[in-house]
Design a binder for this molecule. Structure first.
Ligand code: NAD
Ligand code: TDX
Length: 332
C-alpha cells in the first residue's frame, strides 16, 4: 500500500482515477485540486475517509506542494487547463497551470525523489490526414496546434528535461480522447447528450469529418496504474483503445440512442485550427507492460454515459447555461 497524491482529482479523468483507485487498490489517496470552473467536489462524494483526503489548493503553490510531496510516495499529475476552445479564447491560464504548475511539481519531485507520473495528451503530436495509414507512436515528432496542446507539449518536455538533468523518477503517458461519467458539459460528448436531454439540437463543428480516437476513462485509469506499477522510469507510453470515430458518427449515435432522428443536429462555426484526426498506436504499452482495454464496445459505453447524464442532472445543470452562453458568443 502506498500514499498517492492525485493532482486535478476533482476533474473528469482525475475523479474517475480516484474512483478506480478506491475500487481496485488499497492505496491512500490525497487529491490536490484548486476547483476551477472544471473541478467539482461532487465527483468525489462518499469516499472512505480513512483512505481519502481532499486538499483545496493550487499546483503552483510551491509551499503547499512541498508539504504534500513530503507526505506522499507517488504523484499522478492530472491537473491542467484542458479545453481547446477556452485556450483559443484566453491562453494565459493554460501557460500558468500547464507549464508553471508542472514545473512546481517537478521541483518538489526532485527535492523528495518522489515517483511522478505525468498525464498528457495525444494532441502534442498534432494531427493526421484522414487517409494516413500511420498512427501516433512514441517516436512521432511533437507538432502541437493549439495553445492548449502546445502547453501540454511544453509540460512533457519539462518532465523529460527533469528526468535527464536531475534524475527525477518520472514517466509520461499521452492518451487519446476520453469519455465516461463526470466529464464537463463543455466537452463534445457530454455537451451533445445534455443538449438532447434539454431538447436542444447537438452542435457539430464544420462538416463533422474530424476523427477522434475514443477511450473509456476507466481504461485510461487502468493504463495509468499499469504504468505507475510497471513502467520504466524516464519512458513515455501512448494510451489508446483503437476507437477512431468521426464526430458526425458520434453525434448520430448519441441521437439514435436517445430516440431522436439521426440528422437532428446543426452544423456550427468550425474551431479555428481544428485538428483533423488523432489516432494512437498503443503497442508499446500492450506488449511491454501487458495492458489491454476492457471497454471495447463504444455503443454500450455511450449508452451507459447517456444514462449517467440522465441520472445526474444535478451534477451538470449548474454549469450548463454558462457553457452554452460561451459557445453562443462564438457562433457555436
Ligand atoms: P478537467 O478540465 O476535467 O479537470 C482538470 C482539473 O484540474 C479540475 O478539477 C481543475 O479544478 C484542476 N485544476 C486546474 N488548474 C489547477 C491548478 N492550477 N491547481 C490545481 N488544480 C487545478 O480535465 P480532464 O479532461 O480530466 O483532463 C485531465 C488531464 O488529462 C489533463 O492533464 C489533460 O491534459 C489530460 N488528458 C485529457 C484527455 C481528455 O480526453 N479529456 C485526454 C488525454 C489527456
Ligand atoms: O460542440 C462541439 N462540437 C464539436 O463538433 C464540441 C465541444 C466539440 N466538437 C468537436 C471538436 C473535436 O473535433 O468534437 C471533437 C472533440 O472536441 P472536445 O471534446 O473539445 O475534445 P478535443 O478538442 O478533441 O480534446 C480532448 O481530447 C484530448 C480533450 O478536451 C483534451 O483535454 C485532450 O487532451
Amino acid at each position: 500500500m502506498s500514499k498517492i497524491l492525485v493532482t486535478g482529482g476533482a476533474g473528469f479523468i482525475g475523479s474517475n482515477f480516484v474512483h478506480y483507485l478506491m475500487d481496485n487498490t488499497d492505496h491512500e489517496v490525497t487529491v490536490l485540486d484548486s476547483l476551477t470552473y472544471a473541478g467539482n467536489k461532487a465527483s468525489l462524494v462518499d469516499l472512505p475517509s480513512n483512505r481519502f483526503t481532499f486538499v483545496h489548493g493550487d499546483i503552483r503553490d510551491a509551499e503547499l506542494v512541498d508539504e504534500l510531496f513530503r507526505k506522499n510516495d507517488t504523484v499522478v499529475h492530472y491537473a491542467a487547463e484542458s479545453h481547446n476552445d477556452n485556450s483559443l479564447d484566453n491562453p494565459r491560464p493554460f501557460l500558468e497551470t500547464n507549464i508553471i504548475g508542472t514545473y512546481t511539481l517537478l521541483e518538489a519531485a526532485r527535492k523528495y525523489d518522489t515517483r511522478l507520473h505525468h498525464i498528457s495528451t495525444d494532441e502534442v503530436y498534432g494531427d493526421l490526414e484522414l487517409d494516413d495509414p500511420e498512427r501516433f507512436s512514441e517516436s512521432t515528432p511533437y507538432n502541437p496546434s493549439s495553445p492548449y496542446s502546445s502547453t501540454k507539449a511544453g509540460s512533457d518536455l519539462l518532465v523529460r528535461a527533469w528526468v535527464r538533468s536531475f534524475g527525477v523518477r518520472a514517466t509520461i503517458s499521452n492518451c487519446s480522447n476520453n469519455y465516461g461519467p463526470y466529464q464537463h458539459v463543455e466537452k463534445f460528448i457530454p455537451r451533445q447528450i445534455t443538449n438532447v436531454i434539454r431538447g436542444v439540437r447537438p452542435k457539430l463543428y464544420g462538416a463533422g469529418e474530424n476523427v477522434r480516437d475514443w477511450i473509456h476513462a476507466d481504461d485510461h485509469s487502468s493504463a495509468v496504474m499499469t504504468i505507475v506499477d510497471k513502467g520504466v522510469l524516464g519512458e513515455t507510453y501512448l494510451i489508446g483503445a483503437d476507437g477512431e470515430k468521426n464526430n458526425k458518427d458520434v453525434v448520430e449515435l448519441i441521437l439514435t440512442t436517445m430516440g431522436q432522428p439521426a440528422d437532428a443536429y446543426d452544423h456550427v462555426t468550425d474551431r479555428p485550427g481544428h485538428d483533423l484526426r488523432y489516432a494512437i498506436d498503443s503497442t508499446k504499452l500492450r506488449t511491454e507492460l501487458g495492458w489491454k482495454p476492457t471497454h471495447a464496445d463504444f455503443e454500450s459505453g455511450i449508452a451507459a454515459t447517456i444514462d449517467w447524464y440522465k441520472a445526474n442532472e444535478a451534477w451538470w445543470a449548474p454549469t450548463k447555461d454558462a457553457t452554452e452562453a460561451f459557445y453562443a458568443s462564438k457562433g457555436q
